[in-house]
Ligand binder design. Structure first.
Ligand SMILES: C[S@@+](CC[C@H](N)C(=O)[O-])C[C@H]1O[C@@H](n2cnc3c(N)ncnc32)[C@H](O)[C@@H]1O
Length: 209
């Protein structure tokens, strides 16, 4: 197998993300990772959280070997073979077609800013369809926030993303929350992580009394 893809950022942020996941997650559960990319995150989390079964996925077929290679290198046995999943697909390959649902966790890092805005609604709607009651969607990455000065690094990153693809760009948290609400999810926790990134925890809206 060829060398796995490597993301220096994933190597830096996997441990701070894991530390938050440890505070959020029970000892056992079933997780879907959306936009796994290199596979470094899922390999790290699966090793550290052995009571969880992980289903990695990505929209790009060329990531799948890399995900498999990172998991093999980590020696983990609680990761299912990665599957192709484009959040924009009207149906995700869940409900037994590729992985079992409902899920206790859907985890998606660093996709919203590097994909068209429609992917945000698609992620929220997919999470609302596939999360178990009491399950969580976790998103991680840079966000713009009303009333919070944007770090110069994120301003430059946003400009470079938009230059590469006008459909990309760092998303405004308030816009993401609005799209989440339309799908029936709401923000339950916001964790500030290194390098001006946020880890956000989303859950189903409580039923209206
Ligand atoms: C910057 S990488 C992040 C990878 C990894 N989650 C991380 O944080 O290191 C963005 C990933 O989003 C994936 N992606 C982009 N559009 C997508 C879509 N519509 N559905 C699923 N994944 C998508 C890309 O293929 C890519 O692997």
């Amino acid at each position: 197998m060829s060398n796995p893809l490597h993301s220096p950022a994933a190597e830096r942020n996997r441990q701070p993300i894991l530390e938050v996941l440890r505070t959020l997650l029970p000892a056992t559960g079933r997780a879907l990772e959306v936009a796994s990319g290199t596979g470094q995150h899922v390999a790290w989390f699966a090793a550290a959280l052995p009571g969880w079964t992980w289903q990695p996925s990505d929209a790009q077929a060329e990531t799948l070997d890399s995900i498999t290679a990172w998991c093999a290198q980590a020696g983990v046995h609680n990761v299912r073979p990665p599957v192709l999943l484009d959040v924009l697909a009207p149906q995700w390959p869940g409900n037994g077609a590729a992985f079992a649902t409902p899920l206790d966790l859907i985890y998606c890092a660093n996709m919203l800013h590097i994909a068209p805005w429609a992917c945000c609604a698609a992620l929220m709607q997919g999470a609302a369809r596939h999360l178990a009651p009491g399950g969580h969607l976790v998103t991680y990455g840079p966000y713009l926030e009303d009333g919070v000065p944007t770090a110069p690094g994120n301003q430059a990153f946003d400009a470079s993303l938009r230059e590469r693809n006008p459909a990309w760009g760092i998303r405004r948290l308030e816009d993401v929350a609005q799209v989440a609400a339309a799908a029936g999810l709401h923000l339950v926790a916001r964790h500030a992580l290194p390098a001006n990134n946020l880890l956000l925890v989303w859950a189903r809206q409580p039923p209206t009394p």
